[in-house]
Design a protein around this ligand. Structure first.
Ligand SMILES: [Ca+2]
Length: 290
């Protein structure tokens, strides 16, 4: 073995050992590693969005957009005309509540609060408060899959609740190749999948509702242009699905625009999620840093 190959061999062995020790000291090594598809987007339509809306929940039904907003003293539930962004109806939350996700169940709108362990149930037609319920975790996002309410709490766990009694029926852990995916925020049930904003990122996870496995990543980087990014603009948050017309709508907290998008699968790009420790370790070797 000549000197070059000997040094290369020793270097490779050392590198693998560093990776093995570094990885095994913190994490269980995945037995299988699935490459998760990445989707980008094409903007089909752009609509105005109220820049005073700190969007925490978004849902669309029968031609109407419903939005739930957050922050103490500024939280509300609103009925919005999609095309103009005009607020048609608004119900303010008491100032001690920080509004979170919303979803529609039958003729009701359900709205979570962040740390108050309180859910609010309204009549969809007039926003009259019908009922309250409690849950033990924080409240972040919520959606409805036709059978159960699905609720996120800021961790990697999704809770499945009976929509009548609000009893927790089951839960799943969102994960990518055995690594939990945390900070699951606003949710939307889309054709048998759960779409989830990941807090503080410009990414949406596509989640298998039976297993919690992330089956795809939607990368919305750049959807809000630099010109539209005032100091006030906060993170991407808010996914609504118009099931009748197969339209996917996204916006963000204090964003001036709301977008209808079409997803485009990227064939050649592997997933990169900055806070995924598995990817962090492997990325210098196998992935081109974006
Ligand atoms: Ca939603």
């Amino acid at each position: 073995m000549n000197r070059f190959f000997r040094i290369s061999f020793i270097g490779l062995f050392a590198l693998l050992e560093v990776l093995r020790v570094g990885y095994c000291s913190n994490l269980e090594f995945p037995t299988t590693f699935n490459v998760i598809p990445v989707y980008t987007y094409q903007v089909l339509n752009t609509y105005p969005h109220d820049m005073s809306a700190f969007t925490e929940g978004l849902v669309f039904e029968d031609g109407v957009l419903y939005e739930g907003t957050g922050l103490y003293g500024y939280s509300n539930l609103r009925r919005v005309e999609l095309e103009t962004g005009k607020v048609l109806q608004i119900r303010e939350l008491p100032s001690q509540y920080f509004g979170e996700g919303i979803t529609i169940y039958k003729n009701k709108i359900i709205q979570l609060t962040w740390k108050s362990h309180l859910g609010l149930v309204y009549d969809k037609s007039n926003f009259e408060l019908l009922q309250e319920f409690n849950y033990p975790t924080e409240g972040w996002g919520i959606t409805y899959d036709g059978s159960y309410l699905i609720m996120s709490d800021g961790t990697s766990i999704l809770h499945f609740l009976d929509p009548e009694t609000f009893e927790e029926i089951s839960q799943i852990e969102v994960h990518e190749n055995n690594i939990p995916v945390t900070k699951i925020n606003e949710l939307e049930y889309v054709q048998g999948e759960i779409f989830a904003n990941i807090w503080l990122t410009e990414r949406i996870a596509r989640i298998n509702p039976l297993t919690g496995q992330v089956t795809g990543w939607i990368d919305l980087k750049g959807i809000l242009s630099p010109e539209d990014r005032s100091e006030k603009v906060d993170v991407l948050n808010g996914i609504a699905y118009d099931a009748k017309n197969n339209r996917l709508l996204v916006t963000g907290k204090f964003w001036p625009k709301l977008f209808e998008i079409e997803l485009i699968k990227e064939e050649m790009r592997l997933n990169l999620i900055e806070d995924n420790p598995y990817i962090k370790i492997l990325s210098p070797l196998y992935f081109k840093k974006r």
